[in-house]
Design a protein. Structure first.
Length: 145
């Protein structure tokens, strides 16, 4: 059994995808934000503290939070921890259904694969901590989306 919740990071800053969305004016305080697979909720907390209208859902850490549509939906580092390719597609589709303007999708880049200890499993790796990681080349992720 793969324990996906072990991949959720505790952050002291915004995640890179959310910070980039703000820097590139993809996300502004006037827009609503929904974090699909928010993990421990660090991005939501920081955005809310900065005056953004932010909410999120996570199967392990916020399963009772409603999945709600938003101007910007973030699917950050979620698809890379799902070991079932069909479930990855379902997750992408579910996040897209909530999206009113922009869907931000990010995954771990392929060059990070060298930094983990693990063994090949399906189309990714089973890490030494019992989690699954799927790494993507940028064009591969773009084509998949």
């Amino acid at each position: 059994m793969i324990d996906r919740q072990r991949t959720a990071m505790t952050r002291i800053n915004l995640s890179k995808p959310v910070a980039l969305a703000m820097q590139q004016a993809v996300l502004s305080p006037e827009q609503t934000f929904f974090d699909y697979g928010c993990g421990r909720g660090g991005d939501i907390q920081r955005l809310t503290e900065s005056g953004y209208k932010a909410s999120g859902w996570d199967p392990a850490f916020a399963p009772d939070s409603p999945k709600s549509s938003a101007d910007v939906v973030n699917l950050g580092y979620v698809i890379n921890v799902i070991e079932d390719p069909r479930e990855r597609v379902q997750t992408l589709e579910a996040a897209w259904q909530l999206t009113q303007q922009v869907l931000v999708v990010s995954a771990r880049p392929d060059w990070e694969a060298n930094s983990i200890q693990g063994k090949p499993f399906r189309d990714g790796f089973l890490t030494s901590t019992g989690t699954f990681q799927r790494f993507y080349a940028q064009q591969e992720l773009k084509d998949w989306i």
